[in-house]
Design a binder for this molecule. Structure first.
Ligand code: HSE
Length: 322
């Protein structure tokens, strides 16, 4: 049995989900993979915040450098969020020879090359499946089994918080503010939910998918983005009267050699395949030149689904390294 010593950096909703996922499935993972996943350190200042799990207090440290310099730590899981200081901390961990796993779409969208260069230079692995689509294995799909394709389009619902809000406003007539509060309580929303409701989180994810699908960098500032905070119950009722629903859609395609992309609330017919994607579920439609069309569907937000993707990356790293 090989023990994988993991440091979780940032113990918020997703850190807790990752910890819980390892607790729940430790033995099943060991039986399947021969790996003993062990959370050895938690880099976090706020030890006493109420959480649904109670790791031993000795696991907590505020000192990331102590962890990065500890030769027994194999993988650092970055779950601080935001571009900085998370990018700097990840590069430090990579330079200290730690494999890094992250769910941080903002940092990857802003600093993809710096992070992958730092990993390559250090001869370690950098994985970020959880950054797009929560538990949906969309990054693995694009970079492994679908990589024989020239991608022509990627479109989808890529934010659980806004899809939860729009679903609840549409189906239950609930007020925006109430549903946003519930999305925060369920651990769907970002620390600052402005990133969700103004479409910034989706633009970060779309920027990552554009890089992976089309091999081109489009900065989030260059993605035309409209949020959903201005969508009113009247807009929803009017869409309903037209046989439509409002969904936050992200879309990118290559047209005449150029990437055309956008993020916006859009009215779609109730017979559209994305119309029935509800609550925190996400769906990502891909069109490849030899594959044709495919759609990946699942929980796009939430501590355990996101933890599932993070743990998958840890297992992948541990099975591909000594
Ligand atoms: N805040 C994000 C969402 C989390 O609601 O989709 C998952 O990336």
């Amino acid at each position: 049995m090989k023990t994988v010593h993991i440091a979780i950096m940032g113990f918020g909703n997703i850190g807790v989900g990752t910890y819980q996922g390892i607790e729940i499935n430790h033995d099943a993972i060991a039986a399947k993979t021969g790996l003993d996943l062990k959370v050895a350190k938690i880099i976090e200042i706020d030890i006493d915040r109420p959480r649904p799990v109670s790791p031993d207090r000795s696991l907590f440290t505020p000192d990331r450098m102590e962890v990065f310099q500890d030769p027994s730590i194999d993988v650092v899981v970055e779950l601080i969020g935001g571009v900085e200081p998370a990018t700097t901390f990840m590069i430090e961990a990579l330079k200290h020879g730690k494999h890094v796993v992250t769910a941080n779409k903002a940092a990857i969208a802003a600093n993809y090359e710096q992070l992958t260069d730092a990993a390559n230079e250090a001869g370690v692995l950098f994985r970020f499946e959880a950054s797009v689509g929560g538990g949906i294995p969309v990054i693995n799909a694009i970079t492994t089994v679908l990589r024989s394709n020239r991608f022509e389009e990627v479109t989808g619902i890529m934010n659980g918080t806004t899809n939860f809000i729009l679903t609840q406003m549409t189906q239950a007539g609930r007020p925006y503010a109430d549903v946003l509060k519930e999305a925060q309580e369920k651990g769907f929303a970002e620390a600052d939910p402005t990133a969700d409701v103004e479409g910034i989180d989706i633009a970060n994810k779309l920027s990552i998918l554009i890089s992976l699908c089309f091999g081109e960098r489009v900065k989030i500032e260059d993605i035309p983005t409209t949020g959903m905070s201005g969508v009113t119950p009247e807009d929803i009722a009017q869409a309903k009267a037209e046989g439509k629903v409002i969904k936050m859609l992200a879309s990118a395609s290559r047209e005449n050699g150029k990437i055309v992309c956008s993020v916006a609330p859009v009215r779609i017919g109730t017979d559209h395949p994305l119309a029935s994607v509800s609550n925190e579920f996400n769906a990502i439609y891909l069109k490849g030149n030899i594959l044709g069309e495919t759609m990946l569907y699942g929980k796009g937000a939430g501590p355990l689904p996101t933890g599932s993707a993070i743990i998958g990356d840890i297992i992948d790293i541990a099975t591909h390294t000594k």
